[in-house]
Structures are given as C-alpha cells and as structure tokens.
Design a protein around this ligand. Structure first.
Ligand SMILES: [Zn+2]
Length: 168
C-alpha cells in the first residue's frame, strides 16, 4: 500500500477527460488500494484516479472515512443515470486543500458503475454519498467543483487559495 502524491489546482492533468477502463489488471487493483489509502491519509471522502495523475475512469468513495470497510465503493467507468432533488452544503476537494465552499448538488443520485470483473451495477446514494458521486464523476470529466462558480467568485477563491499555499 502506498500513499500517492495528489495533484493540486492548476495542474493541467486535472483538466483532462479520463479514459474508460477496458480490462482489469493487478496494477489497477494496486491503484484502487492506493487511492483508498491516499484518501484516508488526507481524511477525504473520495479520490479519483486523475488526482494522482492516472487518467482512467476510476474513483473511490468511503463516506465513513476508514471507519467501516462495508462503505468502501470503487467506481469504474461510472455514469450518473438519475438525479433528484437538491441539497445545499459545503464541499471540498483534496486537490484544493483548505478550500470549502457551499455548492448545490442533487439530493439523491443513482450511478451505473462497472465492477472489476466486468459486470455492472447501479448504486443509489443520498446526501453525502450523492455529493461524492457528482464530485468524483466531475473529476473524471476534468472538472473541479470550483468551476461551478462564476469568474469573480472563482478569482476570490483562487487568491485565498494561493495566499494559503504561498511558499514561506
Ligand atoms: Zn475532488
């Protein structure tokens, strides 16, 4: 198991569209283990492969933050198939450390996702899990949550972020 370095806001690799997984491999098993380990190390709810520089449609989610192994979800080539309602709450991202902003997301989200063995399943998530589904699928499409805000607000957030992360 290894914690991998996370790419941060401004890295062009975070803006790429990731590719679908065709065949599963031991390397991808290791990637998934590392993604869980890295998310846990940073106390994140989820992490997408492009955040560690691997542009494949793979992400992990653990809404229990390491407390309950049964809550570990691996998303492979995920697609949102249904969304309902709305929730308004703070959102953050391990690629934009220190920034939390209120963002509206659907309350309930259904996702279609592949399993490592090639079969497909549908998972329905509410509240935090629904938010995580949207957030991680966005990463796989090269989108960060701050991009939902208008240019003025985004500039303000960027300045705040840069101030926090100024090398001292
Ligand atoms: Zn993120």
């Amino acid at each position: 198991m290894a914690v991998r370095p996370i790419l941060t806001w401004g890295d062009p690799r975070l803006k790429l569209n990731s590719a679908d997984v065709d065949a599963w491999s031991p390397e991808l098993d290791q990637l998934v283990v590392d993604l869980f380990e890295t998310a846990l190390d940073e106390e994140g709810v989820g992490l997408a492969a492009p955040q560690v520089g691997v542009n494949l449609n793979i992400a992990v989610i653990d809404c229990s933050c390491g407390e309950d192994p049964a809550q570990k979800l691996i998303l492979i080539n995920p697609e949102i198939t249904k969304q309902e309602g709305s929730q308004i709450g703070p959102e953050g991202c391990l690629s934009i450390p220190g920034i939390h902003e209120v963002l509206e997301r659907p309350k309930k989200v259904t996702i279609k996702t592949r399993r490592p063995d090639g079969t497909w399943t549908e998972i329905c998530g509410e509240d935090l899990m629904a938010r995580a589904f949207c957030h991680e699928v966005d990463h796989l499409r090269g989108r960060l949550f701050v991009e939902y805000f208008g240019p003025v607000k985004r500039q303000v957030i960027k300045r705040r972020y840069q101030k926090q992360h100024k090398p001292s």
